[in-house]
Design a protein around this ligand. Sequence first.
Ligand code: IPM
Ligand code: MG
Length: 353
Amino acid sequence: MAFKIIVLPGDGIGPEVCAQALKLLPIISKKENVEFILDEGLIGATAIDQTGNPLPDETIEKCISADAILLGAVGHPRFDLDPTAKVRPEQGLLKIRKVLGLFANLRPVKTFPVLDPISPLKDHLLKGVDFLVFRELTGGIYFGEKGRNEDGTEAWDHCNYSVMEIERIAKMAFESARQRRKKLTLVDKANVLETSRLWRETVQKMAPDYPDVELDFMFVDNAAMQIILQPSFFDVILTENMFGDIITDEASVITGSIGMLPSASVGSGTALFEPIHGSAPQIAGKDIANPLATILSLAMMMDHFGLAESAESIRTIVTDALESGMVTADINRENPKRTTEVGDWVCDQLQAL
Ligand code: IPM
Ligand code: MG
């Protein structure tokens, strides 16, 4: 069997963290007796510099014809400082999600006990933290109509959702809860927003089909508090695009380092796997970035391919790396290992299994 993977290294630390994950593929290929066919594409600021377009057509075509996409990161500070820029790296990421119909972004948040000392939360709050956020990814305020009035003194971003958009991701979230601790929390702002009321109504209507799943509802402002006050309360969280963006960055700090969180974006087209940290331009090219979130994203890709054993091995090795001090400076400032050292170590362990 052969799997075609398109790598979109992107900006900042993207290329170096992707390189570490890719080193695992020849080893998995041998162990699982599968073939990986690799190709690369441009996205983000790098693509703007080379082609003027954050997502060239060539990249889109390559992605459509692939079995999976590994993405590093997208973004560059020179655009963040210029709100008038018409072309922005992030447009590449938003467009690839939309074009491929990747409506569900899965972000697992799980603590590693060995990292408890570097978590900003107290130890007793960290026990049993293991939840999965289903963030809607191709609708809402991100993709609604945007505009300005004639003299530019007013601006708007519309937030739209249809029942169809809610149902398709809610179905995934219910089914996932069924495989886990059977608890689903819809995070919304139904006390204020009409779109949120449509989310509640739709999810409530679906609930009788999943009698084994306990469904509850939480306003997003309260959810932002509960993620810190009692993170172990959550099992599966379902939420719309922007709330999901915000609460998953918040949730990522629970583990102690944003450099540990992987993600998968799935839907109708080629699935995309990426670490949730950004391009971290201030540390790019220094061989100090944490490659583990990208390596864990590769594990999610292996699960997607049905190569569950390799996925599980990678996850075990990542835990071993943390326990063996094989970690970058975000986790151990005193005795940091380099990005490439961590990558090589993970490869050696996998090889030795
Ligand atoms: C994310 C990022 C993106 C988003 C940006 C880079 C457009 O923050 O994947 O969470 O807001 O979706
Ligand atoms: Mg984000």
